[in-house]
Write a protein that binds this ligand. Structure first.
Ligand code: FE
Length: 345
């Protein structure tokens, strides 16, 4: 049941939820699996058909934007047809968890396959991505940009391009910096970044990569898969961008490159929780891990999964941050307050 709120802005949200419902109604059919997914990559298709082939369980999928799916789950409450929510970024999974949208995730298969640092009691990560530093090979000395902390130093004045501080990717990065460097240093760092901005934050990570290649800035922060996507692109303009860029695995001599995740949890009111659990256990299998991670040029969380991705191979190996993903999620709200004070909009 959808309760119509009285606030104008919220009413618009409810209306879009309603139209989404009409566009793609999901049934409550017993023994089927209803997935709300914010991941929609072509190779994910093989993942779903393979699961149905293995188990005979039919999947009904609703693809949408992260925020829309969260809003929809909240509005639907106990009458939601959703069994599973798949989304990206620990900060968003944390928002869903805090809103009480998940139920406890208990599985000996998942516990055996997925490292403890990549799970929380209510959701698990199924692939990882790194937040990397990218610089203009023509103008920037890579020695200057070896750590996230380096990006706040005055010698990079007017050089830094980065998306909004309100975006979950940057909130999760801030959450990691907070965990390693403490609150005072993180605030000083955020202020340093803001004073190094080449322009007011705008666009997504790919826009920052293009801006570095175009000479608009000397250095940028980006999730690894955006870079991998450009590396695998056959468009001449993308190849030109890649040729102009150097990549640094950040903080290799200290706490490691910041890692984020795609993850999933069983929804609190799942009509088919057994099927949902079966799907998550399937996602932790070697073959599903390859589909899931490779679909977005990410790394599997199960180390034995045999990924063959030329862009990831070209990027090479690196030392990842080992901070438990749950701690990252828990720090995101404080990171937002620090960014607000520092003026990283
Ligand atoms: Fe993304």
């Amino acid at each position: 049941m959808i309760r119509l709120p009285f606030i104008f802005g919220a009413r618009i949200a409810a209306a879009s939820v309603l139209s989404a419902l009409l566009a793609a109604p999901l049934a409550y059919a017993q023994g089927e699996l209803n997935i709300y997914s914010a991941r929609h990559y072509q190779t994910d298709e093989a993942l779903y058909t393979d699961f149905t082939k293995q188990t005979g369980i039919k999947i009904n999928r609703l693809d949408g934007k992260e925020e829309e799916l969260l809003e929809r789950l909240k509005n639907e409450g106990a009458s939601s047809p959703a069994d599973l929510l798949i989304t990206v970024d620990a900060a968003r999974l944390e928002i869903a968890d805090k809103a009480g949208l998940f139920q406890p995730l208990k599985s000996s298969v998942i516990e055996a396959r997925i490292p403890a640092a990549l799970r929380t009691p209510n959701w698990a990560a199924f692939s990882t991505r790194a937040r990397v530093i990218v610089y203009a090979k023509a103008t920037v000395n890579p020695e200057w940009v070896q750590t996230y902390e380096d990006l706040a130093l005055p010698r990079l004045k007017n050089q830094l391009c980065v998306r909004s501080g309100a975006h979950p990717y940057n909130l999760s990065l801030g959450a990691a910096v907070l965990a390693h460097d403490g609150e005072a240093k993180t605030e000083e760092w955020a202020r340093g970044l803001v004073s190094n901005f080449a322009r007011a934050p705008k666009g997504g990570d790919t826009d920052q990569l293009r801006a570095v290649a175009a000479g608009e800035c000397g250095v940028a922060i980006s999730n690894s898969y955006y870079l991998a996507r450009l590396m695998r692109s056959t468009k001449p303009e993308d190849q030109q961008v890649v040729r102009a860029l150097g990549v640094v695995w950040p903080n290799q001599k200290t706490w490691g490159a910041h890692i984020n995740v795609s993850g999933a949890g069983i929804t609190r009111y799942a009509p088919n929780p057994a099927a949902a659990l079966k799907f998550l256990e399937y996602l932790a299998s070697d073959s599903a891990q390859v589909y899931f991670a490779d679909g977005n040029n990410e790394w599997p969380v199960v180390k034995t999964a045999p990924v063959k991705n030329p862009a990831l191979e070209a990027l090479g190996s690196f030392k990842p941050d080992t901070l438990p993903i749950g701690q990252l999620a828990a720090n995101a709200a404080q990171a937002q307050r620090i960014y607000d004070r520092a003026g990283w909009r």
